[in-house]
Write a protein that binds this ligand. Structure first.
Ligand SMILES: NC(=O)C1=CN([C@@H]2O[C@H](COP(=O)(O)OP(=O)(O)OC[C@H]3O[C@@H](n4cnc5c(N)ncnc54)[C@H](OP(=O)(O)O)[C@@H]3O)[C@@H](O)[C@H]2O)[C@H](O)CC1
Ligand SMILES: [K+]
Length: 498
């Protein structure tokens, strides 16, 4: 699904008017209807307060107030501004003609909120810019400390539709009904905390317009990833599903390779090799029955001719899980320069890249899978700076390095060399355990081996990884989820998509 920037909303409104002759007043009416539809899911709630700002988000709020009144609910409107413009003004005139109580004085807001079941936030929508101050700031504080159920129209007030998210006053919603298409920041980890449950509602924008409208950010939804699933045929053998190599592991870190190996195998790879230090060979052999273990030699010069043969066996390679960064530089550089296929650089592979600082090693068919700290080591921005504006930062660096970047987090941002960003929201806090990333690397390796491009493998792999965690959590909860559970649950995740 396409995700919009704040500025896209204005452009879409204009296209609706000019190309499809749909006035904004109609879209506003539709928006109000869809919000009210959502409110009716909560039968116990009968008393509503709508907070109305001076823009069209306030206009939507006024439609909601009118429709709730028509349904016989008790509705109060708190107006932050008397002089509304355009369609919002038309809706204010209608509300004024009805017996809906209107309030403007701030001291009355505490009492009104006290008497309400649900607060509807129509203070600011995607037209919000800069920082919140004055009376608006006080209103947001009162909403957030009211303890009442808060439903945000389009976006929580104070959150920008896209771009850097400042630490400032933002409405904390229980639910956000976003209009037409989701806004970028609603899908990011921090925005999701403010939005609460996110519901996307059609507001009558013609599908032709949505299909033709170009965005460079997408929400990874089932319809997108289903198209990426590798095909399996009855008439096939292990050679039909590709070969991969995992280069990783070090003393005390064999588990990372085992997790990645299980994941690649459960993701459907035809044949899997692991390349590890001699002292790990036995451990890997006894834990991963289906993979073939290859042994690394310490003397790189002596090892090179053997390594070349090993690398020639596969089309896809994962380097880094538990690899260590000690004395690995030369081997790492050699592999990156001599493996022409698709490579996933994960964990210590990324740390080596940050240590070596030679980004010319990165190619179009490489995927980097950093968490924010690893990303910070590579690009030199702080973790805070990265998290504040993840979409644009991932976009900038995946374009700069001309590769695919998977910035892992509760929302994972996948950037492609062409500057598209895909946001993934499957997964849950059960994934916050060391080893989850190794499983992700393994899943992507399995998919790349089966012929997916780096962009496709990253998208489908990230989605499946989160979906597997969600499937486990549905049955067993989040608390005890372990990375080792994920490869097995992949079977159910695939089944859900096929
Ligand atoms: N196609 C659609 O999706 C439709 C969405 N609709 C709704 O419209 C809003 C966007 O409406 P817009 O009028 O552009 O903007 P807002 O309602 O978000 O509010 C903007 C007003 O707020 C003022 N503002 C902005 N920043 C601040 C700030 N930091 N402090 C105080 N005030 C601020 C701004 O005033 P300026 O004078 O600064 O310009 C605006 O007056 C969208 O979110 C949907 O809810 C349509 O109803 C239908 C089509
Ligand atoms: K809002």
């Amino acid at each position: 699904m396409k995700a919009l920037k704040g500025s896209d909303v204005k452009k879409i409104d204009l296209l609706c008017q000019e190309k499809y002759k749909i006035p904004t007043l109609l879209l506003m009416e539709h928006s109000g209807l869809k919000v009210v539809e959502e409110i009716q899911h909560y039968p116990g709630h009968t008393k509503f307060t709508v907070i109305v700002g001076k823009g069209n988000n306030g206009g939507d709020g006024l439609v909601v107030a009118r429709l709730l009144h028509l349904k016989g609910f008790s509705v109060k409107v708190f107006l932050t501004e008397e002089n509304l413009q355009g369609d919002a003004k038309i809706n204010l005139e209608i509300v004024k003609s009805l017996p809906i109580p209107l309030f403007r004085d701030l001291p009355s807001l505490d009492r009104i909120l006290e008497e309400t079941d649900v607060i509807i936030d129509g203070l600011f929508g995607v037209g919000f810019k800069g920082t919140i101050g004055g009376i608006a700031k006080e209103i947001v504080q009162k909403i957030n400390s009211s303890g009442k159920y808060v439903l945000c129209i389009d976006i929580p007030s104070g959150l920008a539709g896209d771009g850097p998210m400042e630490n400032r006053e933002i409405v904390k919603g229980d639910k956000t009904v976003t209009l037409g298409l989701p806004k970028e920041n609603l899908l990011l980890s921090k925005g999701r905390v403010y939005a609460g449950e996110l519901v996307v509602k059609d507001i009558g924008i013609p599908p032709e317009l949505i299909n033709q409208y170009k965005t460079d950010t997408y929400w990874l939804t089932e319809d997108i990833v289903k198209k990426l699933l590798p095909k399996r045929s009855q008439d096939s053998h292990k050679g039909s599903y590709g070969t991969g190599i995992i280069v990783g592991g070090s003393k005390g870190m064999s588990g990372a390779v085992i997790l990645a190996a299980h994941a690649a195998l459960r993701a459907g790879i035809g044949l899997l090799y692991t390349l590890v230090d001699r002292e790990l060979v036995n451990t890997i052999e006894t834990s991963s029955y289906e993979s073939i273990t290859l042994e690394m030699e310490e003397d790189l010069e002596k090892f090179k001719p053997i390594l070349v043969n090993y690398l020639a066996k596969a089309q896809s390679l994962l380097i880094g899980p538990g690899f260590s960064t000690n004395n690995r530089e030369e081997l790492f550089i050699y592999i990156l320069n001599n493996f022409p296929g698709k490579i996933i650089i994960d964990g210590d592979g990324l740390n080596l890249l940050a240590k070596i600082q030679d980004y010319s090693l990165i190619r179009e068919n490489h995927i980097l899978t950093p968490h924010p700290k690893e990303m910070s080591r590579i690009i030199g921005l702080t973790v805070e700076e990265i998290l504040k504006d993840s979409i644009n930062i991932v976009r900038e660096y995946s374009k700069k390095y001309r590769c695919t970047i998977v910035l892992k987090g509760s929302t994972t941002c996948i950037g492609t060399k062409n500057g598209e960003v895909f946001l993934n929201t499957t997964g849950n806090n059960g994934l916050a355990t060391g080893g989850s990333g190794d499983v992700l690397g393994g899943i992507i390796l399995g998919l790349l081996a089966q012929g997916l491009s780096v962009e496709e493998g990253a998208q489908l792999g990230v989605y499946l990884h989160g979906l597997a965690a969600d499937i486990i959590a549905e049955e067993k909860g989040y608390f005890s989820l372990l990375p080792r559970d994920l490869p097995e649950a992949l079977a159910l995740a695939f089944k859900k998509l096929y």
